[in-house]
Design a protein around this ligand. Structure first.
Ligand code: AMP
Ligand code: MG
Length: 391
């Protein structure tokens, strides 16, 4: 039995990012960059007017200014500004040589014979200087970044119409349990619906990987063996649920071993989620998660998700935060890492979500966080900051 930190290290040490592929700009959303993105130009590429107005000299603001040119955005100014002169200029246009400020149109008055006068008392320069945002050759998005809409703008600006991203790993999902029926059926007297496999497909999808659900396996050695053989052939990751605890029909770890899966751990010190298995077979990775949907959900979030993100090359994960507790917290035993589904109130304080047991899926639907209660700690006071993971 090992602590989660050790389990995470074992999982991470075995994980190397996979292959990359070029994808169309918009399709790179939610993918992970497989290359450093380097700007091929300065941004702004020239001294640019930040307002609509008149480009002139700061030292000339008390004088009447003669308009010598009109500069729309996209037009290269031909005339240099001298003393007593200005050019009418639009937002985003190149500031002409000789000008050191742009006075806003709202702070001017037109006067006869093509002249203007500054009517304000002071003005900002209203110029965005060449390269003040980005320099040519600068790394603007590092490899391993999860691409958000803001990154798409940056990729477009610096000339990456087809960014390289990591390929999506194929993740096979299998549910074990002779009591399970699929959601479209009404369960018989001793049956329950399979919720895990569907939840897992959604969790896998949310990480950006490709789920491939292969169905329910009855609790027989033959069926389990056949399904595992099929699953470990040619897939990157296999996630099984159920059949990993101490019951007479929990065959999963044994059959994995028979199929030359090298089991690296079989139990972790978490509550819930103790019977969690991780193994390696050639280039495939196998996770055996507990059958109960709450346990399966939580262990996926804290163990499998970081693994999948690492497999897809992510370089940092922002999902762990520290939040203050809304109330005192107590638990009876402190021998395992507590994983408590939780939500926050409008003041940003954490409230554990009450649930009766690991099958209580209704209650975890309210949760947006997992609250970690460390081994050895059985109580926290209201207001204490605790580690949480956003889910
Ligand atoms: P197991 O880990 O196989 O001992 O299962 C633990 C509990 O989770 C049992 O009550 C199972 O009926 C339930 N369970 C197992 N697999 C699923 C599943 N796919 N969906 C919902 N509940 C499940
Ligand atoms: Mg079972």
């Amino acid at each position: 039995m090992i602590r989660i930190e050790e389990a995470l290290k074992i999982v991470s040490d075995n994980c190397k990012p996979g292959f990359s592929e070029g994808v169309l700009l918009v399709e790179s959303l939610h993918r992970i960059l497989a290359e450093d993105v380097i700007s091929d130009m300065d941004m702004p590429p020239f001294d640019k007017s930040a307002v609509d107005g008149y480009a002139c000299r700061m030292s000339d603001l008390t004088n009447e200014l003669t308009i010598i040119e009109t500069i729309p955005a996209g037009y290269f100014p031909l005339k240099q500004i001298g003393k007593g002169q200005c050019s009418k200029i639009m937002t985003g246009a190149k500031v002409p040589d000789g000008a050191d400020c742009v006075i806003m149109i709202e702070q001017t008055q037109s006067i006869p014979e093509n002249k203007v006068r500054f009517t304000g008392t002071t003005t900002s320069k209203n110029i965005s200087h060449k390269a003040e945002d980005i320099q040519s050759g600068q790394i603007v998005i590092p490899k391993g970044t999860l691409i958000k809409p803001q990154h798409i703008a940056l990729l477009a600006s610096v000339g990456y119409p087809e960014p390289k991203v990591y390929k999506k790993p194929r993740v096979v999902i299998l549910s074990t349990g002779s009591e399970l029926v699929e959601p479209h059926k009404f369960p018989g007297p001793a049956q329950i619906r399979n919720s895990n496999a569907w939840q897992l497909q959604a969790q896998v999808l949310r990480t950006g990987a490709l789920p491939n659900y292969l169905g329910i396996i009855g609790d027989s050695e033959e069926e389990t063996d056949l399904a595992i053989k099929k699953a470990i052939a040619g897939n990157d990751v296999i996630i099984l649920t159920g059949g990993v605890s101490m019951g007479d029909f929990d065959f999963v770890p044994e059959i994995l071993k028979k199929n030359n899966v090298d089991i690296l751990f079989e139990k972790i010190l978490t509550k819930p989620g103790m019977p969690t298995v991780f193994g390696v077979h050639n280039k495939s990775f196998v996770f055996g998660l507990p059958g109960n949907p709450v346990s399966s959900f939580l262990i996926f979030e804290i163990l499998v998700k970081p693994f999948l993100l690492q497999l897809m090359g992510i370089n940092r994960d922002h999902s762990t935060l520290r939040l203050p507790l809304a109330n005192d917290f107590k638990r009876k035993k402190a021998d395992r890492l507590g994983l408590i589904p939780a939500k926050i109130n409008p003041d940003g304080e954490l409230i554990p979500v009450e649930y009766h047991g690991s099958a209580h899926v209704l209650s975890i639907c309210e949760a947006d966080f997992i609250f970690f209660v460390p081994i050895g700690i059985s109580e926290f006071k209201k207001g204490e900051r605790v580690d949480v993971r956003q889910i």
